[in-house]
Design a protein around this ligand. Structure first.
Ligand code: MN
Length: 512
């Protein structure tokens, strides 16, 4: 990776001032890393340059690109953060510091394991939390991706270790922030090192299969194209092939039979707006027999990482099973680039705003859990004591999304109960909650909500919170509000948290 190549690529996106800054950073990093070599024998500087190149390709803002160029300076050379701040500004040094901290957090993870839940999933969430700014994570992903691309130079033992960590932690992180394409690149590379035999076996299996179905799919595609243009719908149609790693995962689910996998190849239809997505779905269903159970509306109910699309699988007259994915250009961009896509859109407009408010202004609703986590992480850093339980439930639990009847989206931890929802909407709604309807049906207080539920709270002015509600809330937020109300009503004593627990325990014992 030559300096000139990076600058040339950058010149398509950034202003002249920014390009000058980029060149400055590249020269600075080159002199700092002088004499250092990669295991491939090449000068070390090709690595930061390659990372910067990826960040440019992903459409990141210039501060991120600069931090990409400088990301290994503090850790691997004599450079100090102050030096970076005085030359490239506070924002860049903040990002470089974040990248360094995430590396440290990773190596210190063993200690953290002793008091945090130990699954890999939590590890990825934790890394997001300590990084403070999601851009740090995106830089880290570029760093990891390039290391994977040059993994062949490492000893085999080390290759496997890096590959496993990439698959279990970094691919998950990419998925969580919606960066679908990066997730796939990481998975394919990592899997090919982790289990080369299986990887090659599946690759050739896939190749054989695709040869046959590509021609048949071509026919379907032409049919659909004709019908759409007849109905004056502008659409881009292309085929997408399943990745080897997702084939591997799916095969394990269906007991190894590739004939049971319907979406080895899918047709992707990209249109201008949401309404057209549904129109196209209707057209497809009038042309072919849909498999009802496989219709998925991720537009109305996005996946937790923000992914949106309509999916449907149909049976053609000559018995061919074809999956379609229908989405707008924006949804497509988001599916591929995730959070990185939102930086691109907002950067110019609200640069100042961004710096001041950090991530909060930019995250789509589906991703607000990231902000929440970062807030908790910041509180932890400030020395505030947060209970293990709170970390468990609010920070590290999986998230679901439920709707008010008006269509407002609320993000809650999995396992949340109706009262949690009521308190989330407003503490007065919680206070006077009388009954619940979920998707139009009466719903008991003790039954958890599910992703995509529409929750309606019926309130009555005279209805008051009851003591046993304490067993019917799971979030810290609801519990805190409820306790305050119960205390006000004189139902429970104003005692310390620990005393309250002891009191509750004793009470439960007495009750038998
Ligand atoms: Mn690096």
């Amino acid at each position: 990776m030559k300096k000139r190549e990076v600058l040339e690529l950058a010149s398509q996106t950034y202003t002249d001032d920014q390009l000058a800054e980029l060149e400055h950073a590249m020269d600075f990093a080159t002199s700092k890393h002088r004499g250092q070599k990669r295991l491939s024998g090449e000068p070390y500087i090709i690595h930061p340059f390659a990372v910067a190149r990826l960040l440019i390709e992903w459409g990141m803002d210039m501060d991120s690109v600069l931090a990409g160029v400088l990301h290994d300076c503090v850790e691997d050379t004599e450079t100090t953060l102050d030096e970076i701040e005085s030359l490239f500004g506070r924002d860049v040094s903040f990002l470089v510091d974040g990248v360094t901290k995430v590396s440290q957090a990773r190596s210190g993870m063993r200690d953290l394991d002793s008091y945090l839940p130990q699954t890999k999933d939590n590890l990825s969430k934790l890394l997001i939390a300590v990084s403070q700014d999601v851009r740090v994570i995106i830089i880290k992903l570029a760093d990891r991706l390039h290391n994977l691309q040059t993994l062949q130079y490492l000893p085999v033992e080390k290759q496997k270790k890096v590959a496993r960590e990439s698959l279990e932690v970094f691919a998950q992180i990419a998925d969580r922030i919606g960066m679908g394409r990066v997730r796939m690149q990481i998975e394919e590379l990592a899997f090919s090192y982790l289990d080369p035999r299986e990887f090659n076996h599946l690759k050739s299996l896939m190749k054989k299969r695709l040869g046959k179905s590509t021609r048949k799919l071509g026919t379907v595609r032409i049919e659909v194209e004709k019908e759409l243009s007849k109905q004056h719908i502008q659409a881009e149609i292309n085929g997408r092939v399943k990745s080897i790693y997702s084939l591997y995962k799916k095969l394990r689910k269906v007991n190894g039979n590739i004939d049971d996998i319907y979406d080895l190849m899918a047709l992707r239809i990209i249109v201008d707006d949401k309404e057209t997505c549904y129109k196209v779905l209707g057209i497809l269903h009038s042309m072919y027999q849909p498999m009802i159970a496989r219709i998925k509306d991720y537009i109305a109910v996005p996946k937790p990482n923000g992914y949106q699309s309509l999916h449907t699988t149909v049976l053609t007259p000559n018995e061919q099973i074809v999956e379609f994915q229908i989405r707008t250009h924006e949804m497509h961009d988001y599916a591929e680039r995730g959070l990185a896509a939102s930086f691109h859109y907002h950067e110019q407009k609200s640069k100042k705003n961004y710096v001041r408010k950090k991530t909060a202004v930019h995250l789509p609703t589906e991703l607000q859990w990231i902000t929440q986590m970062q807030e908790v992480a910041a509180r932890l850093r400030d020395g505030e004591k947060i209970s293990k339980k709170q970390l468990n439930v609010d920070l590290f639990g999986d998230r679901i999304f439920v709707f008010s009847p008006k269509g407002d989206i609320y993000n809650m931890p999995e396992g949340a109960l109706p009262l949690d929802f009521a308190y989330l909407v407003h503490s007065d709604i919680g206070k006077h909650a009388y009954s619940f309807r979920v998707n139009g049906v009466i719903h008991p207080f003790d039954k958890p909500l599910a992703n995509g539920d529409v929750v309606e709270v019926t309130t009555r002015k005279l209805s008051q919170p009851k003591k046993d509600w304490q067993d019917l809330v799971t979030t810290t937020h609801a519990r805190t509000k409820l306790r305050m109300q119960l205390r006000k009503l004189g139902v429970i004593q104003a005692v310390s948290g620990a005393a309250a627990i002891i009191h509750d325990k004793a009470l439960r014992k007495k009750r038998g």
